[in-house]
Structures are given as C-alpha cells and as structure tokens.
Design a protein around this ligand. Sequence first.
Ligand code: FE2
Length: 291
Amino acid sequence: MNMVDRFQAENFTQLTPAMQTAFDQDGVLLLEGLVPPSACDGLRAHMDQMVDSFDPQEHQTIFSTTNQTHSQEDYFLSSGHQTRFFYEDGALDEDGKLNRPFEQAINKVGHAMHDQDPHFNQFSRQAAFHTIAKGLGVSDPLLAQSMYIFKQPKIGGEVICHQDATFIRSEPNSCLAFWVALEDATTENGCLWGIPGGHKDGPLRTLFVREGNTTKSITLDKTPYKEDMCVPLPAPKGTVIVFGGLFPHMSKANTSPKSRHAFTLHVIDANTHYPKDNWLQRPEHMPFQGF
Ligand code: FE2
C-alpha cells in the first residue's frame, strides 16, 4: 500500500521542499496539528450555537411545497452565497417534515459561511491557509466554498470516489481543498480515503453543472479510478488535508458511535476562468473574495 507522508505542522510558517514534493507526488498533503485544538473546539461550539438557533419549522415551509424535488434543488442552487442546512437523504417526509430527530438528520451546512459569519470568516482566512494556497501555486486565491460536515454517528453516509473539480471547476483547473479534522477522523468514524498519485492518473472524469433551475452530471472521461490503490487518510483533530481538484478521494459510512465533524474550504485562482455552468454561483454584487 502506498502510504502518504505525514508532516507535523504545529509550528507551521512555510511549506518545506519535502511538503511540496509530497503534494506533487501524492496529490495530497497531510499537515498534522496545523489547527490548534482550541480553534477546532471553538468552531464546533459555534456550530452548536448555529444549530440551536436554527428553526426546523421555518425550514419546513421551504420544503412543504407540492414539488419537493424542485424546492430542494432551488435551496441548494441558491446556497452559493448563503448559510444553509442540508439533511441526509431521505430525512424529509412528503410534507417537508423531518422523519427523525434533527441531530440525526443534519448532514452539512454550506456554502458561504466564510463570507457571512465572522467566526467562520476568521477560521477560513487563517494565514496558514493563505500561505499554503500560494505555496501550492494558487497565485491569487479566492475563497469559493465552505462546508461544515457532521458525519453523524451511525448515520453519516458514504461519499463515493470523486474529484472536487467536478463541483468547483476553473479553466485551467485551480481548485484546492482544505479538509480540516475538527475531531479525530479514523477508519471507524469515516475518515477520508484517497488514491496517492491519482491526480496524475487520468483527467477530470465528470462535470456537475447547473442547467436552468436544475443540475446534471456530464461524463467527460471514462478512465476508472484505481480504487484498489485507495488508502485511508486518518487525521487526528487539528490535521489539515490539502488536495487539488483532480485528487480522487472518498469516505466510507460512519458506522461508529462517534461523530466525525470536519470543515472544508475550497479555493480557486482568480487568474482562471470560472464557467457560468458551475453549480456554485454568486450574485454579481457578492463575488468570491480572497484571503
Ligand atoms: Fe470531495
């Protein structure tokens, strides 16, 4: 098994040549301890408050229309500049009511907390992320998307192998993901898995595009992922896993009694073209912003 190098990054100031080499070879960089435990706890506590003040009743009215599929799609497609709560598949009944307790229904929050919420803004715009983005070749990084992922105990479902440029495409590709373990992520509670070197093993396979009021997937290339080469990327709390838009990765279901909260941030380079058919769009007066 091709294991991925790990770096201790408690006192991170700059990418080292070894980190650069690892990122080039593997397509992924594991930086343990980059985010202090207190910052992870702070973000979790803040999300607890957001969840406490979230009103499922209000949310329910959005989904209690006659065409629930349409209202869910619309809620998603207009979330690029907002803070929205997304449920696990199948958590809503026909009336838009939750069919399970809220904490078992919530899947993630996205996609613009980094611009809308002061706490997320500060977390997302930490200096180390800016340094890393620049060091890995994103010359003028723009923060495109933030997500808080819950991966609830015994509930959080699997995410099949994919490349993030499918969802955040620039021409040329410049998507860079920061995946932050807000608590220990292990093979039991659904840590990330990835294919070391897989970013060089074929092009972008799929596009996920917006088409009017809906979305669709377009197959670009049928080269299969070498899933037998996929390795677990367990990440102690505070680890940041950095990978590019072509790096194939996935995560398995969380079958354990422990949650696996994670924060993700995606940046693109301002010096690239961001096509209008990307699902994630901003209103003209709220463009992507830098660090
Ligand atoms: Fe992903």
